[in-house]
Design a protein around this ligand. Sequence first.
Ligand SMILES: C[S@@+](CC[C@H](N)C(=O)[O-])C[C@H]1O[C@@H](n2cnc3c(N)ncnc32)[C@H](O)[C@@H]1O
Length: 445
Amino acid sequence: MSESFDLSYRDKSLQQFESYPYPGIPIEEPLNQDIGELYKNCLVTSHYCRDKRVITDLENRAILDVACGTGATTLRLAWANPGTKIVGIDMSPESIKIAEQRLKYHGFDDAEFHVLAIEDLGQLEQRFDLINASDVLYLLPDLALTLKQLAQVLKSDGIIRGNLHSYYQRHNYYRAQALFQKMGLMEDNPEETELNLVREFYDALKDGVDLKMKTWRYNDSSKVADQLILMNHLFQNDKGYTLSQLFDSFQQSGLQLVDMVDWRYWDWKNLFKQPDNLPAYLVMGLEGSSLEEQLCFYELVQPDKRLLDFWCGHVRKDKDDGEIDRDWQEQNPEKVIVHLHPCLHTERFREAILESNAVAPVNLKQFFPFLDRDAWVDHTLLCCLGVPLLDSPRSLQFLWARWRQLRPLDPADFCAVNEGKLLDLLKLAIFEQESLGVLLVEVVD
Ligand SMILES: C[S@@+](CC[C@H](N)C(=O)[O-])C[C@H]1O[C@@H](n2cnc3c(N)ncnc32)[C@H](O)[C@@H]1O
């Protein structure tokens, strides 16, 4: 493995992003602030996913946005993690200038930016709880080496969120890039002339030609279309990866997968018409396989996402499985603490709880669009869980007592409810909300 980057790679990317800083979104634009985006960018989400622990001291944490470009990703990180120290680096001075202005414009005067290449990250002399590397890893020549460089500035319990272009999903664009390489359009930095030549080329092709059908939808000559062509057809250094290649690179860099960021999407059961009624060899093969094998299976069957979006962290040799995987449902209710995910503490949700009524259940999906299915909650449960959890985390003991107060009688026969049965029901409801990502449950000592 080479220990230093081929500088011509860096020069090519630098030229491209100095002339067309990415993304070309005006700084005053509000960007997508939906809960789904904030949720993925919140460091509580990834750490809980791995450790089943809830980070509550965001003001003591630090986040690094590597290759932050013009700061759109940095802004989302700042929104999703209020109070956290935010640092952004990029090798393109023009991009860093815009990123700095963007964060200031949106009120984040404390965000810190540096013109710095990933290869020189060590100069920061700081370690981070979360490192975000969005839309950059696939541009560098040696993935394992880049991951190692990120790992060097990652705290021992920190998490890296990275993504790679999916080889299978983007293979048609790689054909287009190979063609434009051969046509000499990517030798120098592609600019207006090259953009015009690409447009002319596609215009001249018949509509039914394979490459055009699969890679062309840019009929206007707007700045947005320019950037899309540069980021697809004329993207310098762009490379596609498979999950197997990613897992090999983890091995070489001392990192391990935490999970895919869209973990609900990657569930192999989603691929089958009747997941509960599959041939025995499939069930045995899939259920008995590791998470990595299941993900590779999914990728081969349905490679329809541009990005392989993942969380990873240092390999944990001393991981105390017993503690981390402890089943909260078996624990003393006083030691089980239930949190509402911090991104869900919204005014809209609070108002909806207060306005809800006993007649109609509420579908949580309308507040949390990232949910992959309807999640109906009845009024009593909503008041029992939602109201107190909007104020602060609560023990299972507290919630159980509240549930007993709200439901002292069984509505079917007007007899006093069986407290044990009520606790089981409450656990079931919390389990369901936890599996959706709405509630976070931790066991404390
Ligand atoms: C496609 S943009 C992504 C920007 C941002 N992360 C986002 O997702 O919106 C890629 C960025 O990576 C930066 N970049 C490429 N190679 C780099 C390197 N070796 N070190 C630091 N930045 C690099 C470029 O300057 C560019 O701003």
